[in-house]
Design a binder for this molecule. Structure first.
Ligand SMILES: NC(=O)C1=CN([C@@H]2O[C@H](COP(=O)(O)OP(=O)(O)OC[C@H]3O[C@@H](n4cnc5c(N)ncnc54)[C@H](OP(=O)(O)O)[C@@H]3O)[C@@H](O)[C@H]2O)C=CC1
Ligand SMILES: C[C@H]1O[C@H](OP(=O)(O)OP(=O)(O)OC[C@H]2O[C@@H](n3cnc4c(=O)[nH]c(N)nc43)[C@H](O)[C@@H]2O)[C@@H](O)[C@@H](O)C1=O
Length: 319
């Protein structure tokens, strides 16, 4: 409980959830740095930080993160910044003898048309989804960096591949966010406006509504990270998800009902659909002893409640 644990990205949706989960379990020796205090793209600054702080465990929840439009609009930032951040963290951790490193990738590392559900062994077996191949290639290099240290030096460096995540402290900027927070905000703001003017204006969403996505509540992901911290894993790569997916159209109907918006939903088919489906095979984590607990309806209700309580202060990431 007294190990010195560095959570990179500790203010983000995932990092802050991991921090809260560790504190709740009695971990008292946690350290974090904001990007203003420590720019992880700066290799010298990261080397100095590790030499000074000497963490025993590193959990990497720092990255340039965004939804489908952000990824396809800023390929250079999503490729280069994520490689710089993770490579500086992994290399400095290795050279300052950090014994446990937990790297967070993403389900988008798997091939666009891989068989479903996605097994870990499908990695690098076929081409990636073009809208986020930049981010995916960065993440794949992080997975391989940790795997090489595990293989060559026997250090407990592992990679967890979360599916699409959502929950408190998510990014609600309508240009850079993921679909779930965007839908919560769009339906909420349309409902508020409609109630003021007494009509039900339509909500415009992106793509066809036909792609399928899996969603894991962020506090479940944090629980999985704590589980990985406290247990010896015998492999380098583990999917983390619910193993359940739905269409974007079904998601829209669920969120519209939760928010209480009435009115038409319009689909802008000029916007990209992205990967048709990326359902994770979660059996490897289940065999290791971990399973998701929060269902989608419950998670959306919790997230909407959080959103209502944080009007005007929720995060909007600009790129
Ligand atoms: N959100 C999702 O759906 C999914 C996320 N993931 C992964 O989870 C991790 C966290 O994602 P999420 O919490 O959603 O993202 P957020 O954008 O909420 O948080 C990202 C964090 O990274 C930090 N960061 C970014 N750039 C730098 C930098 N140059 N130097 C230092 N810190 C930096 C930010 O710090 P600060 O706030 O101080 O600026 C921020 O706290 C990422 O690795 C992401 O790939 C994986 C699958 C799905
Ligand atoms: C986690 C994962 O997330 C990203 O992949 P993605 O799942 O395709 O991203 P997304 O959540 O933004 O979109 C999911 C689907 O939803 C549709 N969609 C409808 N209406 C809105 C909408 O209003 N906003 C958004 N963002 N999407 C919308 C959208 O058109 C698409 O079909 C990767 O870039 C990468 O970051 C990654 O690893």
């Amino acid at each position: 409980m007294n190990k010195k644990i560095y959570i990179a990205g500790h203010r983000g949706m995932v990092g802050s959830s991991i921090w809260r989960a560790l504190e709740a379990k009695g971990y008292a020796n946690l350290i974090g740095r904001t990007s203003a205090e420590l720019d992880l793209k700066n290799q010298n600054a990261v080397v100095d930080f590790f030499q000074t702080e000497k963490p025993e465990v590193v959990i990497d929840a720092a990255a340039r993160v965004g939804g489908i439009m952000a990824n396809s609009s800023f390929p250079y930032q999503f490729l280069m910044e994520n490689m710089q951040i993770q490579n500086n963290l992994i290399d400095s951790a290795f050279h300052s003898d950090v014994q446990k490193f937990i790297f967070l990738g993403s389900s988008c590392i798997y091939p666009k048309f891989a068989p479903q559900p996605l097994k870990e062994e499908y990695l690098l077996t076929a081409p990636l989804e073009p809208t986020n191949e930049w981010y995916a290639i960065a993440k794949i290099t992080g997975v391989k960096a940790c795997e090489s240290i595990r293989k060559q030096y026997g250090k407990d460096y592992i990679s967890l591949m979360p599916t699409n995540l959502y929950g408190p402290y998510d990014n609600f900027d309508l240009n850079t966010s993921h679909v779930l927070p965007a839908m919560i905000r769009k339906f909420h703001e349309a409902k508020e406006k409609n109630e003021a003017i007494g009509v039900s204006e339509p909500v415009e969403l992106w793509g066809s509504g036909n792609p399928m996505r899996e969603f894991l509540y962020v506090e479940d992901l944090a629980d999985a990270v704590v589980f990985a911290l406290e247990n010896e894993f015998h492999d380098n790569l583990y999917n983390v998800g619910t193993g359940v997916d739905l269409t974007i159209r079904e998601l829209a109907q669920l969120i519209q009902r939760t928010v209480g918006h009435t009115g038409e939903i319009l689909w802008d088919v000029d916007k990209p659909d992205g990967t048709p489906r990326k359902l994770m095979d979660v059996s490897k984590m289940e065999n290791a002893g971990w399973k998701a607990k929060v269902g989608l309806e419950e998670g959306i209700a919790k997230t909407y409640q959080w959103f209502l309580e944080h009007q005007g202060t929720f995060k909007e990431v600009k790129i």
